[in-house]
Design a protein around this ligand. Structure first.
Ligand code: GTB
Length: 239
């Protein structure tokens, strides 16, 4: 199927049209221009997208789907895989958070300087996703039963990233420039420090990396913002 055919078919899927009250901005013209990110009122799987857009100085319109709206079913049925986030860039509609992140990374030029760096960035991002998947499993399925086991394994997982950052003098996961994988790792470090405040205690390179990325002007402003601080990390209230 060609991309055009697929777009035409996807256009037949009913769209999510939440009430205007849920749009944080703006005029009709801006809506046509801007990126649109549709998600729940939590950080969750949308946060690495938000952090990347913020750091890169890009605006977007946030469409917030409440739990009640979701349970009603119309929005869920309108989503290609029955899940959020959804991301729109003009007439392109994407689902799957990692596909959205890679699309934006290509578009914004934060996917490495050549094929080799791109492959390394993919590898790093997959490793961060492995950690994120473990975290999500703990939060949504095992929070009350497996936390101690998780804390025992965590230093082992973090030590691998510590070694990578110690070895790469560029200050990022790969090369000398930030990539989309760095935003994902920064968020995992921040989330894990909420879960376990001493998580980074024995990892000086991870601490320095967390501090350096958090001090980038757009990231600093975002991390200090009301929007970030008042948005729960996860959908079930656990953190
Ligand atoms: N592979 C997909 C991706 O990466 O985009 C996975 C997306 C996904 O798991 N989406 C979850 C979802 O849509 C949201 S993240 N769940 C609803 C469903 O499957 O019906 C976890 C989540 C769940 C619920 C809330 N909430 O109610 O506020 C927030 C976050």
């Amino acid at each position: 199927m060609t991309l055009q055919n697929m777009q035409a078919r996807l256009a037949n899927y009913p769209s999510c049209h939440p009430p205007t009250a849920h749009l944080r901005s703006s005029t009709k013209e801006e809506l046509q221009m801007a990126y649109v990110l549709t998600y729940f009122p939590v950080r969750g799987r949308a946060e690495a997208i938000r952090l990347m857009l913020k750091d890169q100085g890009k605006d977007w319109t946030e469409v917030t789907v409440t739990r009640d709206m979701w349970l009603e079913g119309t929005v869920k049925n309108s989503c290609l895989f029955g899940q959020l986030p959804k991301f729109e860039d003009g007439d392109l509609t994407l689902y799957q958070s990692n596909a959205i992140r890679r699309y934006l990374a290509r578009k914004l030029g934060i996917y490495g300087k050549d094929d080799k760096e791109e492959a390394f960035i993919d590898m790093m991002d997959d490793a961060v996703q492995d950690l994120q998947n473990k975290y999500i499993k703990l939060i949504y399925q095992e929070y009350d039963t497996k936390k101690e086991d998780y804390f025992k394994q965590l230093p082992c997982d973090l030590a691998r990233f510590e070694k990578i950052l110690t070895c790469n003098e560029g200050g990022f996961l790969v090369g000398k420039q930030i990539s989309f994988a760095d935003y994902a790792l920064l968020l995992q470090l921040l989330n894990h420090e909420v879960l376990c405040p001493s998580a980074l205690d024995n990892f000086p390179s991870l601490q320095a990396y967390r501090d350096r990325l958090s001090a980038r002007p757009n990231i600093k402003a975002y991390l200090e913002s009301h929007a970030f601080k008042n948005t729960p990390i996860n959908g079930n209230g656990k953190q």
